[in-house]
Ligand binder design. Structure first.
Ligand code: GAL
Length: 814
């Protein structure tokens, strides 16, 4: 009977199922945990004493990360952060968090991983220091294992953040633990920190040769023999490859596993098909899965050619890029995925396909977004090398830290398919002040890229173009990077025979959204006149006209640099300074201006007029845009500019009378109708191609302000720490037309407790109202509220303004 049972099919099936269960359960027990560690921190801002041993921290302010305390400060003319830092101060902040871990994790390694803490951080676990990191832009991981308390005992992690020595950057840096944190619990034998690399060796449409690299940590003292199971999944989730291989790990060492594989007919990553593969590595010991780790990667081929510029997957493509600082406007540096996604989508709609992460490592999730949206990223690590730009900047740490910081940056980012270029520095002072370092540093940095990556070119953003620039002389880098100097782009090959050009930074034109001085469009203002002479000119209200006729002396207006770039195929890419306005660096002004004028889009995310200029040249969209607004005084003579594409002619009508026509010229992207005598009513542009109407656009004279109109940019949001709703408030007249110069104070509120207004903004560079205020004046007719949901369901946002009809919108959080 027993014999019969043992040989029955039922019994066999049961045993297979049982073994399967055991395998699953044993693996589940061991596999790494990556825990979101952002919730329930306690925070205290105080530079006067140490709080390392303060156990009464539950009385401190409770908050969730990411957090930037500087954005909560008042704008202060006397702030040591000065204009560069947007007059928002730093100080010393302390963060603490209590946590327990289940006893079943005892024997595992426990790491805390910070993505970015600005700056000079030190971390303690239960009173033991586990490390310091001066650089505020690079992530780090600390091993907490030896100091962990188990059996339900509470562990306390303490982080000191010292951003008291200012200025330490040329732009707003924020202060605090401003990027996400996670707790990683993994086996003593497991994949190391940033320990995988899928290195493309050769990619074409037929096959991709890639090398899989895995760094395996062995925290045991003895030799361990393990098996590595590598599996690759296609973008559609189909397993296309899987194999096992043994690896001998030395005691207390990291060992590198590496294997070359070939993938046939690869699905290529491209701008319109940003598809990614997945590499899954499992570490096995006998039947036990000790670790499982996933890495996304993308396959694409690309070259930079001295004559043809950039080619991706065999196709010529100009990299039409923008520089982006890491701040998210009213949210400061506190990273939020939906805010970053919003920025990138606005850029993509404009026709942008390239992003330069000026001048520091971006957040990891920002790069994930670039991967999945299909951007070409120029990844930058340093604004400063050994020679200072500010008294307390990175030059203080360069000697001791640059290698470690740069290596960590390369290892963190090298799997991102959107990453195409390493930019090793920006306008380094070594260009002028140290021939030896100017030649030596690029070589060291480039050799680190070669050894840790080896699949992407390097560049450096230079603003000194003479042959005596040691950085250029070093010959260490692959692409010659020009900041500005558009007059020298066309003749680049005369100065650098055989070399490849990328415009790492261009333009630096200045404008305030919706602001127009009645000067001729062709009257170009250069503000400041020279970089080294204080600027006393400009407008008394510190606004700048948006006709694309004001720029910094080192750059040009938008049209000029854009034209040179577009007319020269060999220029592989150009990154306009900047896609968005950013906090700090209010060139050409100082206080009360506190944020930049360089953006194609303002700080609140509202496009300035030149957005449509780029869109007309860089995107497939049919564009017809008129500027300025049409609310002027009788007898004013107004230049009217039209940005248009896919057409060869534009006709202009005023109150249904044709008042002019312009043909597309090879020298200009716009059509200009000079000195139109103002009369109230409707200004209408119609574009034509070969006599056939393409598009119509009108601007009307707005009547008095009547109502605040609320519009949600997107709805039906996930209730999640990363999801924010962006609600636009516009002052309109009775017919719904934007009142272009309206400065009405809007009071935002949420009905009940269904949500929270986390910030407001209006894109003005001089508004000193706190970004957390729920009251915000409109700037040129617009303001913005940023809302976070508190529970699932409908959250009602209300906007009121004295003397105007109110409005409300329903935000659905699911
Ligand atoms: C560049 C610099 C940028 C920014 C810009 C403003 O020279 O690289 O960081 O300062 O000027 O025009």
């Amino acid at each position: 009977m027993l014999n019969r049972l043992l040989h029955s099919n039922y019994f066999r099936a049961f045993m297979i199922f049982f073994l399967f269960l055991v395998t699953i359960l044993s693996s589940v027990a061991q596999i790494r945990k990556q825990l979101n560690f952002n919730q329930d921190w306690f925070f205290k801002l105080d530079s006067t004493q140490s709080y390392l041993n303060d156990s009464l921290f539950s009385k401190w302010r409770r908050l969730d990360l990411p957090h930037d305390w500087s954005i909560e400060m008042n704008f202060d003319n006397h702030s040591p952060a000065s204009s560069g830092g947007g007059y928002l101060s730093g100080g010393i902040g302390w963060y603490k968090k209590e946590f327990t871990l289940p006893d079943k994790d005892k024997g595992q390694l426990v790491f805390v991983e910070f993505e970015g803490v600005y700056e000079q951080s030190e971390v303690w676990i239960n009173g033991h220091s586990v490390g310091k990191r001066p650089n505020g832009f690079i992530g780090f991981s600390y091993d907490l294992t030896d100091y962990m308390l188990w059996e339900g005992k509470k562990n306390v992690i303490t982080v000191k953040v010292d951003n008291s020595k200012q200025p330490n950057t040329r732009f707003y840096s924020g202060s605090g633990i401003y990027r996400p944190v996670q707790l990683v619990i993994r086996n003593p034998i497991s994949v190391g920190y940033h320990g995988t690399f899928v290195k493309s060796l050769h990619v074409d449409s037929q096959k991709a040769d890639v090398q899989l690299q895995v760094t395996v940590d062995n925290k045991y003292r003895k030799i361990e023999n393990i098996q590595i199971r590598s599996s690759v999944f296609s973008p559609q989730g189909v397993q296309v490859l899987s194999f096992k291989q043994g690896l001998k790990l030395l005691g207390n060492e990291n060992s590198l596993f590496s294997k070359e594989i070939t993938l046939d007919h690869p699905k290529l990553w491209d701008m319109d098909t940003p598809q990614q593969y997945k590499f899954v590595v499992e570490i096995l010991k006998g039947d036990q899965v000790l670790d499982r780790h996933e890495t996304k990667f993308g396959l694409r081929s690309f070259i930079f050619d001295k004559d043809q510029g950039f080619m991706i997957n065999g196709r010529h493509l100009k990299i039409r890029g923008v520089c982006m600082h890491s701040d998210l406007g009213a949210l400061g540096m506190a990273f939020n995925k939906s805010a970053a996604l919003r920025q990138l989508k606005i850029m993509k709609d404009m026709g942008v396909n390239g992003i330069r992460t000026s001048h520091n490592p971006a957040s990891e999730q920002f790069l994930d977004l670039c991967d999945s949206l299909g951007f070409i990223v120029m990844n930058e690590t340093f604004d400063v090398w050994k020679f200072k730009k500010n008294p307390y900047d990175y030059h203080l740490y360069w000697d001791n830290w640059f290698r470690r910081d740069f290596e960590d940056h390369i290892k963190r980012d090298r799997n991102h398919p959107s990453l195409f270029i390493w930019c090793l520095g920006n306008e380094a002072q070594e260009q002028w002040h140290s021939k030896a370092d100017g030649m030596r540093i690029p070589k060291i940095l480039a050799s680190l890229v070669d050894s840790l990556d080896g699949t992407r070119p390097t560049t450096i953003a230079n603003n000194e173009m003479s042959k005596n620039n040691p950085v250029l002389m070093s010959e260490a880098i692959d692409l010659v990077g020009y900041n500005y100097n558009h007059q020298k782009w066309s003749t680049f090959h005369e100065d650098h025979p055989g070399k490849k050009l990328i415009v790492t930074e261009s333009t630096s034109a200045l404008a305030s959204r919706g602001q127009y001085d009645l000067l001729s469009v062709d009257s170009m203002s250069i503000w400041p006149e020279r970089w080294d002479i204080p600027f006393n000119g400009g407008n008394t209200d510190k606004n700048i006209s948006a006709y694309d006729h004001v720029h910094a002396p080192w750059g040009s207006n938008h049209q000029t640099s854009l034209r040179v770039f577009e007319q020269n195929d060999f220029i592989s890419g150009m990154f306009v300074w900047t896609g968005f306005d950013y906090l700090g660096e209010p060139t050409p002004y100082l206080w009360p201006a506190r944020s930049s004028y360089f953006g194609i889009v303002d700080l609140a995310g509202y496009p300035k007029d030149v957005y449509y200029l780029y869109q007309s040249v860089w995107s497939d969209k049919t564009v017809l845009h008129i500027l300025p607004h049409w609310n002027w005084k009788q007898n004013d003579h107004v230049d009217v500019v039209v940005y248009f594409n896919q057409a060869d002619r534009v006709d202009l009508y005023l109150n249904n009378r044709k008042i002019g026509e312009q043909f597309k010229s090879v020298d200009r992207y716009d059509a200009v109708f000079k000195g139109i005598p103002f009369e109230p009513g409707e200004l209408k542009a119609i574009s034509y191609l070969h006599g056939k109407e393409v598009k119509t656009c009108t601007v009307v004279t707005a009547k008095p302000a009547y109502k605040i109109k609320l519009t949600l940019e997107q709805n039906n949001l996930k209730l999640d720490e990363n999801e924010l709703a962006f609600a636009q408030a516009t002052v309109v007249d009775q017919e719904g037309n934007l009142v272009p110069m309206a400065t009405n104070e809007v009071e935002f509120s949420i009905l009940g407790r269904d949500g929270e207004i986390v910030a407001t903004d209006n894109g003005s560079t001089t508004d000193h109202t706190s970004f957390q205020s729920t009251k915000r004046r409109t700037f040129n007719g617009k303001s913005l509220a940023i809302v976070k949901g508190s529970k699932k369901g409908i959250c009602r946002l209300i906007a009121k303004s004295k003397g105007l009809v109110s409005d409300q919108v329903e935000i659905n959080f699911r």
